[in-house]
Design a protein around this ligand. Structure first.
Ligand SMILES: Nc1ncnc2c1ncn2[C@@H]1O[C@H](COP(=O)(O)OP(=O)(O)OP(=O)(O)O)[C@@H](O)[C@H]1O
Ligand SMILES: [Mg+2]
Length: 248
């Protein structure tokens, strides 16, 4: 299998040699900063309060915290789905708050997102769900095919490529969303409860996939409730409680 097999941190090609292959280099991995960020939703809910966070290029960070504490909100600020009420959100040296149109799209193309609610397109097959982002980004058919099979194999869904989301279990749908997030080998991966619907074995496999991506140089931020998984992985952890962030 060509994908995600070579460990190491610098200038590694995750997929096989090829002119359009995504390369991780020291200059394209992301760095994330939240500077005094407060997020109050329009209904008055204070989701985040004066949050400061720096995630260095190539780092793997867990964000834990109880339900409703602000974890998803923090990730949504990073990919510009929500805007902070106060403070600055910097990704890859860009202030996300000021980005619009093409520049916001360009930033999002460099971010792989595993959504907590999957956001699969119900009318499309597993293979189409995984590849439509690559199509939108102008990858050639050949390159898309080259990436699809190893990615589906990696998440254990090769035999489900032609199924539609409503023909899959919850855990399988979650793995489709993971495949979609990693198929473009993004320099920044944001995974919101990526193991929320998985059994311990599958959870561990998913963590190994994310760690492998990280070993190639991707910056990875994962929210989770799974304390056991966090302990097993031995990466830095921050905790959100009532909108406030602390290092564990
Ligand atoms: N669009 C919204 N409008 C108003 N309030 C919101 C919105 N989204 C989230 N909230 C509120 O913001 C707070 C933080 O929500 P968030 O989804 O970030 O929590 P979470 O830590 O991800 O929780 P969970 O572990 O259950 O996924 C909650 O009190 C939630 O009700
Ligand atoms: Mg959440």
């Amino acid at each position: 299998m060509p994908a995600l097999t070579t460990p190491g941190r610098t200038d590694k090609s995750v997929y096989q040699e090829g002119s359009e292959t995504q390369q991780y280099t020291s200059s394209n991995t992301a760095k994330v900063q939240l500077l005094s960020v407060t997020k109050t939703y329009t209904n008055g809910c204070h989701a985040l309060l004066d949050v400061n966070l720096e995630v260095k290029k190539g780092e793997f960070l867990f964000i834990t915290g109880p339900s409703g504490s602000g974890k998803s909100t923090l990730l949504k600020l990073l990919y510009g789905q929500e805007l902070p009420t106060q403070g600055q959100v910097i990704v890859d040296e860009c202030n996300v708050v000021g980005l619009r149109g093409d520049r916001l799209s360009s930033l999002r193309r460099r971010i792989g997102i595993v959504f907590q609610d999957y956001k699969l397109i119900l009318q499309r097959t597993v293979a189409e769900n995984v590849t439509f982002v690559l199509q939108a980004q102008g990858y050639t058919r050949k390159e898309i095919q080259r990436r699809l099979e190893p990615t589906l194999k990696l998440v254990g869904l090769l035999t489900k490529a032609d199924c539609f989301p409503d023909q899959l279990s919850g855990g399988e749908q979650q793995r489709v969303s993971i495949a979609r997030a990693i198929v473009g080998t993004p320099p920044l991966l944001l995974a919101d409860e990526p193991t929320g619907n998985l059994d311990p074995d599958n959870s561990w496999q998913v963590m190994q996939i994310l760690q492998k991506l990280n070993s190639f140089g991707a910056t990875v931020i994962v929210t989770t409730h799974d304390e056991q998984l966090v302990r097993r992985c031995n990466h830095p952890v921050v905790q959100v409680r009532n909108g406030r962030l602390s290092r564990k």
